[in-house]
Design a binder for this molecule. Structure first.
Ligand code: KIV
Ligand code: ZN
Length: 388
């Protein structure tokens, strides 16, 4: 059965690059953009062109090399931002301007010090102005997560009339619960005139660790674009992690949703972004962390050696990892030791394994992890002592 596509909008080079100390130069951005394009990302948010001459240059150069993806530039609902973004996107095969304004009470009253009516007027005028340059205009309602649904629906309806093709509903502060965010998307689907002609987009931050869950809830309730970053990097606690949403759809076919991403590129992509930004990936990070396919307790190792599916819900090859690893520690059992010993060239009988295991445990209690060379040393020492 043909699954419905969810567009993947990667904002590693814009929201992702807002991580303090992780700035990329134009060349680094070009390498990442080219790889994102090859991996099957549908939209690459290349930057915020008005923010600096360097960012303008990066967006403009990225437009020249991206073959398939739409290239998007961010703006505020400000005429000059939009003019500058349009100039930066001049060479894009498929340009998109992403413009918007805050819609929550806190943004309207405290950040923008204005009225709801003025917000709607500014939103409409920004979308119309962007539309004078490009066909594809995405509107973001900043802090939509904390915006009253009825007002949000009104803003959406007005910007659709002005020509918006995509409506981004950001949970800017990462506050929503998945049920709440999903219900917001459902409400908009059911209450905004003209919604059937536009794509609803999820842009969720991870302040409470719910960015991915919220994005999935959004898609289940009708959103067909997810904004995300490699390794989940981004402002504060980060954004939805691209690798997570892509693998969730792949591993849960009954959701009937899919993406265009070549998942075998995920691991390399993660490493490229991490190395370019000098930002390590936490070892327990889902999908791309160093421990995502590593098994270290005896019970788990025994299960995985007998049948991988006992403790693994996806094939490491599907995300570009050659094989799962059996890490030898003081918590490992005989099955894991025999398995690793065989890999380094020793086929041990049951009695030999019992003897080596006693020596192994003494070693493992001192060392955090027992490596191939340690196994070699333990077995050879046992041979010299005549124990084997
Ligand atoms: O989090 C947010 O609201 C944003 C918008 C600028 C899209 O990043
Ligand atoms: Zn954001």
């Amino acid at each position: 059965m043909n699954r419905e596509k969810v567009q993947i909008f990667d904002t590693t080079l814009r929201d992702g690059e807002q991580v303090p100390g992780c700035k990329l130069d134009t060349n680094q951005k070009l390498v990442i953009a080219e790889r994102l394009d090859k991996m099957g990302v549908d939209i690459i948010e290349a930057g915020f062109p008005v923010s600096s001459p360097g960012d303008f240059l990066s967006v403009s150069e990225i437009c020249k090399i991206v073959e398939n993806a739409t290239v998007c530039g961010l703006t505020r609902a400000v005429k000059n931002d939009i003019d500058v973004a349009a100039a930066a996107l001049k060479h894009a095969k498929r340009p998109r301007i992403h413009t918007g304004i805050g819609t929550s009470e806190s943004h309207i009253l405290h950040k923008l010090n204005t009225t709801p009516e003025d917000i709607i007027a500014r939103a409409k005028s920004a979308v119309s102005h962007a539309k004078s340059y490009v066909e594809d205009v995405e509107f973001y309602a900043e802090d939509a997560g904390r915006t009253d649904n009825a007002f949000l629906a009104k803003v959406c309806e007005e910007v659709i009339k002005s020509g918006a093709t995509v409506l981004n509903i950001p949970d800017t502060t990462g506050y929503c619960l998945p049920e709440e965010y999903g219900a917001k998307i459902k409400y908009l689907k059911e209450n905004v005139k003209g919604i059937e002609n536009v794509i609803l987009s999820c842009h969720c931050h991870n302040d409470l660790g719910m960015a991915t869950a919220n994005s999935i809830a959004g898609a289940i309730n009708g959103a067909r674009q997810i904004e995300c970053t490699i390794n989940g990097i981004g402002e504060r606690a980060g954004n939805t992690a691209l690798e997570e949403v892509v693998m969730i759809f792949k591993q849960h076919p009954y959701l009937n949703l899919d993406t265009n991403i070549n998942t075998r590129e995920l691991n390399e992509m993660s490493r490229l972004v991490s190395e370019s930004m000098g930002m390590i990936v936490q070892p327990n990070k889902a999908i791309v962390g160093a421990n995502a396919f590593a098994h270290s307790s005896g019970i788990h190792q025994d299960g995985v050696i007998k049948n991988r599916a006992t403790y693994e819900i996806m094939d490491p090859l599907d995300v570009g990892v050659n094989e799962s690893s059996i890490i030898l520690t003081a918590r490992s059992g005989r099955a894991a030791l025999a398995y690793r010993a065989k890999k380094v060239g020793y086929e041990l009988t049951k009695t030999q394994l019992d003897t080596v295991y006693i020596e192994f445990l003494k070693f493992a209690d001192i060392k955090k992890e027992v490596l191939d060379e340690d196994i070699h040393q333990i077995i050879e020492a046992s041979k010299i002592q005549g124990d084997l």
